[in-house]
Write a protein that binds this ligand. Structure first.
Ligand SMILES: *Cc1c(COP(=O)(O)O)cnc(C)c1O
Length: 352
């Protein structure tokens, strides 16, 4: 029997997550994975690499708690925000029985993580205003253990409405956890819902160093929640999830100096994003620029496939969302550096 036939039936049926990196493409300007254009400089002390690292490096936990305005008992560090998402599913959902709820179109890893763990997905799509359908979600709360919301939403950029979120949190008390994925919150920090952690022990927030901190390569993310929820996740997490060099770099990124660099990067990206949005809207092939709250813009072109191909011929790799419901002709553009944004505008101008 071939190894494929020995694999779990669920795994045999799975299509792997089509990450930007996996899809790839030929080009020199990579604007398809919401990575930063630069990462910064870090020092590594390699004297202690013979030892296993701490499960939860205290200096990283303390620095992140201070940065996020919560207590260290409310913070879990993991191998990217993606591991936080998976840990929640593995901790709260019984395979084959429990379900998670998502509001599509949204980040793909919630559904992928659920399915690889044998957990079903209930999809209550975003409304026409691209908000979570809070009434629809509340109606189905008894069917699910975890509700995943993304704010700013990847790829549409919209922020979750605060009143709706409060209504959902109240309705979900004692029934389900509400996970708000704030992977891009540094680009609009005034919209973080982290302060609500003080009042809701069923709220969980996902964060990452991959976007505004420019550190996608080190794989480091955070889960913020009540000490009780963090305690449960710590039962399930691997003994050494954060490699020693990763912990050292994360601590430096979260130092006072590291935070200044991050905020400068955010300011520059937000400036370039506003400029790009304004320029895009002057082109007749651009029908719509979606909410600019992350380090990316979702843009509806006419037609999208032709624009994607044109950019690709110029060596610019973007992310095509045209096949998603409600997102026909939509392409997501990561905000890179100025030269990269100029290259995008050049392609638009040239063949007008
Ligand atoms: C990038 C991203 C993450 C997490 O990324 P990691 O690199 O695993 O930390 C989580 N949620 C959303 C919406 C993202 O875009």
């Amino acid at each position: 029997m071939s190894p494929t036939l020995l694999a779990r039936a669920k795994v045999q049926q799975l299509t792997p997550y089509q990450s930007a990196r996996r899809i790839g493409g030929q080009g020199h300007i990579w604007l398809n994975a919401n990575e930063a254009a630069d990462s910064g400089k870090f020092n590594l002390d390699c004297e202690r690499l013979n030892r296993y690292p701490e499960c939860q490096p205290p200096q990283v936990i303390q620095a992140y708690a201070a940065y996020a305005g919560v207590s260290p008992e409310q913070v879990l560090v993991s191998r990217g925000g993606d591991e936080g998402i998976e840990l929640l599913i593995r901790t709260f959902c019984e395979p084959g029985e429990d379900r998670i709820l998502i509001s599509s179109p949204t980040y793909g890893m919630y559904a992928i993580s659920a399915e690889t763990n044998g957990v079903h997905v209930v999809d209550v799509p975003l409304t026409a205003e691209r908000q979570p359908d809070f009434d629809g979600i509340i109606e189905r709360l008894d069917e699910v253990k975890l509700v995943f919301l993304c704010s700013p939403n990847n790829p549409t950029g919209d922020l979750v409405n605060r009143d709706g979120l409060l209504r959902l949190l109240n309705a979900a008390r004692g029934r389900a956890l509400v996970v708000v994925d704030e992977a891009y919150i540094e680009f609009c920090p005034e919209h973080s819902q982290a302060a609500l952690l003080a009042d809701y022990d069923n709220l969980v927030i996902i964060r990452t160093l991959s976007k505004a901190f420019g550190l996608a390569g080190i794989r480091c993310g955070f889960t913020l929640a009540s000490p009780e929820v963090i305690g449960l996740l710590l039962k399930v997490i691997a003994p050494y999830p954060v490699a020693e060099p990763v912990a050292q770099i994360a601590a430096q990124a979260l130092s006072e100096q590291g935070l200044v660099l991050m905020r400068n990067r955010v300011d520059e990206i937000n400036r370039l994003k506003d400029e790009l949005a304004r320029s895009l809207l002057q082109h007749q092939q651009v029908r719509e620029v979606f909410a600019p709250n992350g380090n990316y813009l979702l843009v509806r072109f006419s037609p999208g496939s032709e624009m994607f191909a044109r950019m690709s011929r110029a060596g610019i790799i973007l992310r095509d969302f045209a096949s998603r419901p409600g997102l026909s002709d939509c392409i997501r553009i990561t905000i890179g550096n100025r030269a990269e944004m100029d290259a995008v505008l050049n392609v638009l101008q040239k063949e007008q």
